[in-house]
Design a protein around this ligand. Structure first.
Ligand SMILES: [Zn+2]
Length: 320
């Protein structure tokens, strides 16, 4: 199957993320050009200002010479090759917009706006928290291995995540030696509609083991990972860990209205509002797997916008 434009653009981006260098327009391979132009259009890639006073001779690639304009034509006088014509495209350079990259990754992970991005070391950023674990972005695994202290002491809330591009040399599944979990960006993220989407680890396997024990807490299974709402779907609806945690927290408030931050801190989620973990990303719109939890949330949870409180009425019917 030929990769889509989005897939090719994402591979192009990941392959160049390992350092903050730039590349010249004409160095982009013809096969890569549609993907590259897509990245320019969504502003993932921006133009890079190079020092054009001295330019490497394109003929020999060895000598640099001063650029000048003669009769409206750009030239340089190479000591070896003589006068050589230079085209504008040979001077136009591009680089990945590092701010765009961090911003889109943060939004893919729904990190709270309250948490700022921190520079940990050269080429390593702490971009936020995901379900109470620290998420680091790094240019390479090697950069992280040189700054292992950046991972900090292992906290009770789980191993930090480290997002980097996949290096050319083969690595084992645990290159960080148990200090952090590695998320190769080529595999754990995708590009869609000008945004980055996160593919949650463990999501596909969860869908395979359908709970058959039936509802235990109101419409929810024992572990809150399933909700039984026959009006929406005959089969139980699978929930992500974060969605289950929000429903469990709401359940524990026995139908008493609560503010968003109270619910989210009880659920152990870093998102601001309960709805945040149910929102369907544009990439997944129309897919029942993602739409049904959102519909279940809307069916079960009432919001009082004026008071800023949330209540799950079905939890009021029990004392358990
Ligand atoms: Zn030359």
């Amino acid at each position: 199957m030929t990769p889509s434009l989005n897939e090719r653009a994402w591979q192009f981006l990941c392959a160049r993320y390992h350092d903050d260098s730039h590349w010249f327009d004409e160095a982009v391979d013809t096969a890569d050009r549609p993907a590259f132009e897509h990245l320019v259009a969504i502003r993932a890639v921006k133009s890079f200002v190079t020092d054009n006073r001295f330019v490497l001779c394109p003929c020999c690639g060895l000598q640099a010479a001063e650029l000048y304009r003669a009769c409206g034509v750009l030239e340089l006088k190479c000591p070896d090759c003589g006068p050589v014509r230079i085209f504008e495209g040979q001077l136009r350079a591009w680089t990945i917009d590092a701010d765009w990259f961090v911003r889109k990754l943060r939004s893919a992970l729904d990190t709270s706006m309250r948490q700022a991005t921190l520079v940990i070391a050269s080429g390593i950023w702490l971009i936020g928290q995901y379900q109470r674990r620290s998420v680091l972005l790094a240019r390479s695994i090697d950069a992280v291995l040189h700054h292992l202290s950046a991972l900090g002491p292992a906290r009770g809330n789980g191993m930090p995540w480290v997002i980097t591009p996949r290096p050319r040399k083969a690595l084992g599944s645990d290159p960080l030696g148990g200090r952090a979990q590695w998320l190769p960006m080529e595999e754990r993220f995708t590009l869609y509609g000008g945004n980055i989407s996160f593919i949650e680890p463990g999501e596909p396997t969860h869908a395979l083991t359908v709970d058959r024990a039936g509802p235990v807490h109101g419409p929810f299974s024992e572990d809150f990972r399933w909700v039984y709402l026959a009006d929406l779907q005959a089969e139980p609806i699978a929930l992500t860990q974060a969605q289950a945690a929000v429903f469990r927290a709401l359940w524990q408030f026995h139908g008493q209205p609560q503010e968003a931050h109270t619910i989210m801190s009880r659920a152990g989620c870093s998102s601001d509002k309960p709805i945040d973990v149910f929102k369907v990303k544009s990439k997944f719109q129309g897919e029942a797997k993602y739409e049904l939890p959102d519909l279940a949330y809307k069916a079960l949870v009432q919001t009082d916008r004026r008071a800023g409180t949330y209540v799950m009425a079905c939890a009021a019917l029990t004392t358990a």
